[in-house]
Design a protein around this ligand. Structure first.
Ligand SMILES: Cc1ncc(C[n+]2csc(CCOP(=O)(O)OP(=O)(O)O)c2C)c(N)n1
Ligand SMILES: [Mg+2]
Length: 463
């Protein structure tokens, strides 16, 4: 039984969506599971044939207990009465093995995995509406990045307006201008990979499959929002999509990513963790600790510094003597590279190399994407827009990453004008739908203010 949410301790099999003997493709929905929060479809961790269902419909199963076995493609499908013999400690049962990854560099001490544990890449990941075409053609990848940048731009431009109109409350950090970074990294992320975001997270979340309507509802403070309207912009999380959270604490994402990388490493899958952080965060102690440990243990974490030249109101030259953050990689013995953060294709190329490397067990890397935010530090703080030189802002706006990719798609005849305008129209519709969804959603009840704040004890448990 996969872990489908932070508070889930068991799940009920609602219905099997495949029959024994049926072929399944990787990421095919295979079973519907009811958790303590919702009914979710579980995606198949690998291609193969459903060999045996261990947990029938209606069964309540604790997390990490086997619910079914998959046979590899071509392997005989003979349903057995009993589950196969448990694997030896530290070994993965052959029929469910999730893309084992060689680990050349890591020296992390490992615990033997309990024999009954389901390997983690068989944990379901909800499928995003627009899954990244990781192995797609150049055209598919560029078009996905175009759509993703348009979605991010549309969302973050509109929330500025909605904030000014008093429809959104709380702290809000615009990602406008930086879209190429999230899109260029996101195009290389599988749905079962992990992402750790920042306070400026809307773009990261959308690029990893975050639902625009639930994000908008969260900003509106409504119950259908990701945190039931009680968290706001900086707490949006969707573990089922591998989104380990936006974060209001600068630099705090780095050790979270290293922790997730440690988990992936111990579980032996080929998932990758991407950690976004800012140029300001690169001066925080957690950055040093998190990157150093990930490097020492050879963890599959790709650190992506979004160097937008400012930390709040402070220009980079006033908060560090090292303008090229990528050079800090050398201090930890990992590769570091700088990339034009306003060129989605360049970000995609650099991040593909780092992600492939991490997936192959060769440890972390540091990418510095040089970019710029068009708005002030925080939309809710008008003063944060003051203090920057207008010509500097204009120069960066002239390097807008979206028309840049659009030009390339048209010049190289990879897309037609009609096709791009079709994408723009679909994005506009998605945005309007998200606002209607947020408006229609109820406001949380006062008596629920402390709900979902603390973990609830499972039924029957005592402190
Ligand atoms: C530990 C901590 N210190 C200070 C702050 C206040 N703060 C919020 S955002 C920010 C600047 C972060 O700059 P950077 O990491 O470059 O990210 P950017 O806002 O430029 O995307 C600061 C200092 C905070 N939230 N957390
Ligand atoms: Mg910054």
């Amino acid at each position: 039984m996969p872990v489908l949410g932070l508070t889930m301790t068991e799940g009920t099999i609602q219905s099997w969506l495949k029959r024994v003997g049926e072929e399944v493709k990787k990421d095919d929905p295979i079973v519907a599971v009811e958790t303590d929060k919702a009914v979710m479809e579980v995606a198949s961790p690998a291609a193969g044939v459903l060999r045996e269902i261990v947990a029938p419909e209606g069964a309540r199963v604790p997390v990490n207990q086997v619910i079914a076995y998959l046979a590899a493609p071509g392997e005989a499908v003979v349903p057995t009465r009993r589950p196969p013999a448990p694997a030896a400690p530290g070994e993965t049962p052959a029929s469910t093995a999730p893309h084992p990854r060689p680990r050349a560099t890591a020296s992390i001490p490992t615990q033997p995995r309990p024999p009954s544990a389901v390997p983690p890449s068989s944990q379901p990941k909800a499928m995003p509406r627009y899954p990244a075409p990781v192995d797609g053609s150049e055209r598919e990848r560029l078009l996905w990045m175009y759509r993703t940048m348009r979605r991010i731009r549309a969302f973050d431009e509109r929330v500025v307006v909605l904030f000014s109109a008093g429809r959104i409350a709380g702290a809000l950090h615009s990602y406008v201008g930086e879209e190429a970074v999230a899109a260029g990294v996101g195009v290389n992320l599988r749905s079962d990979d992990y992402l750790v975001s920042t306070h400026r997270g809307h773009g990261h979340l959308l690029a990893k499959g975050g639902d625009m309507s639930r994000m908008m509802a969260e900003l509106f403070g409504k119950v259908d929002g990701y945190c039931r309207g009680k968290g706001g912009s900086m707490h949006i999380t969707d573990v089922s999509l591998g989104i380990l959270g936006a974060n209001g604490i600068v630099g705090a994402g780095v050790p979270i990513a290293t922790g997730a990388g440690t988990a992936v490493h111990l579980q032996g899958t080929d998932q990758v963790v991407v950690c976004f952080f800012g140029d300001g965060a690169a001066n925080i102690g957690t950055f040093h600790e998190g990157v150093n440990l990930a490097a020492t243990w050879g963890l599959p974490v790709v650190f992506v510094c979004e160097n937008n030249q400012y930390a709040q109101f402070t220009p980079q030259r006033m908060h560090t003597r090292v303008a090229d953050v990528y050079r800090k990689a050398e201090a930890y013995g990992i590769p570091g590279v700088a990339v034009d953060g306003n060129d989605a294709a360049a970000v995609a190329t650099a991040s593909a190399a780092a992600i492939d490397r991490a997936r192959a067990g060769q440890g972390p890397a540091l990418i510095e994407a040089k970019t710029y935010r068009w708005y002030g530090h925080a939309i809710n703080n008008p003063a944060s827009a003051i203090g920057r030189d207008e010509t500097e802002i204009a120069a960066w706006k002239a390097r807008d990453p979206i028309p840049r990719l659009e030009r390339r798609l048209l010049d190289e005849a990879l897309a037609s004008e009609d096709e791009l305008r079709g994408i723009d129209a679909a994005v506009a519709e998605e945005l309007e739908k998200s606002i209607r969804f947020a408006e229609a959603s109820p406001t949380p009840a006062p008596q629920d203010a402390l709900r979902d704040v603390y973990a609830e004890l499972p039924e029957g448990a005592e402190l």
